[in-house]
Design a protein around this ligand. Structure first.
Ligand SMILES: [Ca+2]
Length: 111
């Protein structure tokens, strides 16, 4: 096969068809807990289900930022998703979790 023939082979672009489906982000986003209200004090990020927030963050969170890629996050009073809970959806900045959830969060489930 001559070089000229090889070069004459039509080049087919492999452009993918336009993706008209909604953007589905299957990976879980992250949630940031803050020690104090209005995103003050120490902060810790959690990406995915967390059965225990850790000794460094147990029972201290007062405010929360929920990434837009998160469908929902449920914050639990106790480790292993036990006790009282509250659910927030993505793209939220919660400057104060409220008296009923202040300084009690021990685990969280990220969807
Ligand atoms: Ca707790």
């Amino acid at each position: 096969m001559s070089l000229a023939l090889v070069l004459s082979i039509p080049f087919f672009a492999f452009a993918a068809p336009a993706n008209l489906s909604p953007n589905v982000d299957t990976k879980s986003g992250c949630v940031t807990l803050y020690e104090h209200a209005n995103f003050q004090g120490r902060a810790k990020r959690f990406c995915g289900d967390t059965s225990y927030v850790g000794n460094d963050f147990n029972d201290i969170a007062s405010s929360v930022k929920v990434d837009c890629s998160v469908n929902s996050v449920t914050l639990f009073e106790h480790a292993n998703y036990q006790g009282r809970y509250v659910t927030y959806h993505g793209c939220q900045k919660i400057g104060y979790v409220g008296n009923s959830f202040n300084d009690i969060i021990s685990s969280l489930a990220v969807d």
